[in-house]
Write a new protein. Sequence first.
Length: 345
Amino acid sequence: MKNESTLLIVESLIFSFHTYAGEVQAVRGVSFQLEKGQTLGIVGESGCGKSVTAKSIVRLNPDKPSGEIKNGRILFDGKNITELTEKEMQKIRAKEIRMIFQDPMTSLNPTMTIGKQIAEGIIKSGVSSKEEAKKIAIKALTMAGIPSPEERYDQFPHEFSGGMRQRAMIALAMAVNPKLLIADEPTTALDVTTQAQILNLIKKIQKQYDTAIIMITHDLGVVSNIADKIAVMYAGKVVEYGNAEDIFEYASHPYTWGIMQSIPPEDISNKEPLKPILGTPPDLLHPPKGCAFAARCPYAMKVCRCIDAPGFEVEGDGHKVWCWLYDERAKQMQKTVNPITGKEV
Ligand code: SF4
C-alpha cells in the first residue's frame, strides 16, 4: 500500500543469474516497502539474495546475458527503476541512491585523494563549481567524524585506517544528500568497537538528514538498534517481515529463531553455547519444492516439503511469517513452542 511518505516499493522481484550450469534464481519473489527516513534491515546468511535484492534497486547486478530481473517492479520515488535507461540510472546513482559496501577499498580509487573522490561525486550530482564541491566535501568529512578534515582531504585511501575508510565512504555517499542509502554489510570487516562507532554514525546521519536506509547484514545484532523494519531472507525469499521490535520480541519463523539463537550474548560471562543452524542453504540452481528451509528445520511437516507456505499474520503490527506452523491445520497436528517467547505457536 503506497502512501505519501513511501519512497520505495519492491514488488514480486525475481532476479536470476544465467550460468553454464543453468539458471540460478537468486531472488525469488521479494516484496517490501520503505518509507522516507526509515531504516529497513535485510538479514540473512550469505547467498540468501539480500545483496542481489539491494543491487537490483540500483541496477548494479550484471545485466543480460549473465543476469536479469525476470519479474517484478521497483518503484523509487514514483519512478519504475526496471524501465529506466542506463543514463537515467546513472543520474539516480549519482544523487538519489548511494551505496556503501563492506570493503571500502573496492569502491575507493587508490590513486586519487579521498577529497578529490568526494568532490568528483558532488560535481557529478550537479554542483558546477570546484570550490563549492570542495567546501561540501570537507563538510561531509566533518559530518562523518573524520578529524582534521582539511588535511585528510588531500590524503589517499591507504593513509586511512579501516574504520576511517568506512567513514570516508559514508562521507562520499552522504555528500550529495541522497534520498536512500544502501549499506551492504558496512561493518562486517571492522572490529567490534569501530563497528559500534560506524553504526552510531549511520544512525546520527539518518536523524540529521532524514535519509531512508537499507541495511544489509548477516548479523541480526547489527540492525537491533538501527532498523525500523526487518525482512529476514532465506534462499531468495523473505520468510519473516515486520517492525524491528516485533521481530525481536515475537520472532516467529524457525529460521529467525535459528539466527537469534546464534547471536553471541552481550554479557561475556554468559557461557551458554551458541546454537548454530545445522545444515547448509539449498542450491538455488535447483531450488527445492516447498519450503526451502525444510531440510534444516526441526519442525518440518509433510506439507512443508511439497508446497511453499503462504504469509500468515502473527503477533505485532503488520508482522508476517511465511511458515506452515501458523496454519490452523498444523496447530491441530503438532504442538510447537516458540523458543523465543516460550509460548505455543
Ligand atoms: Fe519449517 Fe515447515 Fe515452517 Fe518451513 S514451513 S520453516 S519447514 S515448519
